[in-house]
Design a protein. Structure first.
Length: 178
């Protein structure tokens, strides 16, 4: 399918920050001929400021409202690969939107792997705490059941990207329950 224009159902990637949604999403979009959208980067493009700045000015609630509004718009578009923000599943309406979409892939990552990948990234507002690894563990505990609730497919992060791509290409769109 590489190079072809795909207008079928969109694929939504969910999972924690640092799980690899953006990296995998770009590659999956390229391999399947779909357009790629990273929700956080799209919010930054539309607002002209970083996610961290939105958190600073509007708080997490303000950011989550923007995220929900953008997800509502993007969920109507076919043929995309969408890397969602890590907290998109916190709002019940967002989970309902994801459940009604065609395909959701949960990119699962262990807290230690997430921490190793993003420990030097100062642009993560939720990790600007004394013990970021403890915060990651807390977020994983809170969010993992929500990611699994909306997922058609769970893929383990931290593996070779080519192996993940092969698994996804073999299984998509068949695991999509709708």
């Amino acid at each position: 399918m590489k190079g072809s224009s795909f207008t079928g159902p969109s694929i939504f990637l969910v999972g924690m920050m640092g799980a690899g949604k953006t990296t995998l999403g770009r590659r999956l979009a390229h391999e399947t001929g779909r357009e790629f959208i990273d929700l956080d980067r799209e919010i930054e493009r539309l607002t002209g400021v970083t996610v961290a700045t939105i958190f600073e000015i509007e708080g997490e609630a303000g950011f989550r409202l923007r995220e929900s509004q953008l997800l509502a718009e993007i969920a109507l578009r076919p043929g995309l690969v969408v890397a969602t923000g890590g907290g998109v599943v916190l709002h019940p309406l967002n989970r309902a939107r994801l459940l009604s979409s065609r395909c959701v892939v949960y990119l699962h990552a262990e807290p230690g792997l997430i921490f190793a990948r993003i420990r030097h990234d100062r642009s993560r507002p939720l990790l600007q705490v004394a013990d970021p690894l403890a915060r990651i563990r807390q977020l994983v505990t809170q969010r993992d059941p929500l990611y699994r609730e909306v997922a058609d497919l769970v893929v383990e992060s931290g593996r070779d990207a080519a192996a993940i791509m092969n698994e996804l290409k073999q299984l998509l769109p068949s695991p999509c329950r709708r």
